[in-house]
Design a binder for this molecule. Structure first.
Ligand code: ZN
Length: 216
């Protein structure tokens, strides 16, 4: 990841000013001056224009970008993170059959997993068993069975656990290939969000805004 500044945005050479706008995926030519990069030329590849007409999807897209800033390391290679964010932005913008809640859960959990916080989802961390209802510790990233949970962790029904394993372990090409009933998807999203917040210990402005959309 590289942080680069756009100086005098209108004077950037390239196809259009949209290439350096928020959420734009563009090929950039950078100019380096000491430790600072600035954008010299920008060609837009995709600007996900459709997101602008839907405040729920737009706020999630901004939230995804905030998460990327937390996980990206300056100068570090980030091709897997880039593929994930582009896939999720594409689905948010152009696939109205997938719920925003599902795309949010996928992004939060897979990004945590590739960003160094892969949860341990194989078996109960204490006894190795698996019961009908398992429990997940968002602070430790570990599973517990009904016997060992002690009533303090988030409940994870079998379908939600299967979805979590799929998101963490599957090939990225298949990551959107699962389904859950609405109630299960909401539980999944609550778990992945709590896990991401616990692991990063950050506050995300766009997430707060997204959640405010559902407050009555
Ligand atoms: Zn156990």
């Amino acid at each position: 990841m590289i942080r680069a500044f756009v100086k005098r945005a209108r004077r950037v050479k390239g196809t259009s000013a949209a290439a350096t706008q928020l959420l734009g995926y563009s090929n950039l030519t950078l100019f380096k001056n000491r430790d600072t990069y600035s954008v010299d030329e920008a060609d837009a590849v995709d600007i996900f224009f459709e997101l602008r007409g839907d405040i729920e999807r737009l706020s999630l897209a901004q939230y995804f970008c905030e998460i990327c800033c937390v996980f990206g390391t300056e100068g570090g290679e980030a091709s897997e993170e880039l593929r994930l964010v582009l896939n999720c932005l594409y689905m948010l913008a152009r696939n109205r059959e997938l719920s925003p809640t599902m795309i949010k859960a996928i992004f939060e959990l897979r990004m945590a997993a590739i960003g160094g916080f892969m949860p341990e989802l194989v078996e109960c961390a204490r006894c190795g068993n698996e019961t009908e209802n398992m429990y997940f510790s968002v602070t430790d990233g570990t599973l517990f069975c009904g016997e060992c949970a002690g009533g303090i962790h988030m409940p994870v029904p079998a379908g939600v656990l299967a979805a979590m394993r799929h998101i963490c372990y599957c090939d990225l090409k298949r990551i959107f290939s699962f389904s859950l009933p609405d109630e299960g998807m909401k539980m999944l999203s609550d778990i992945t969000e709590s896990y991401l917040l616990a692991q990063t210990d950050k506050e995300f402005t766009a997430l707060k805004f997204y959640k405010s959309l559902f407050e009555i």
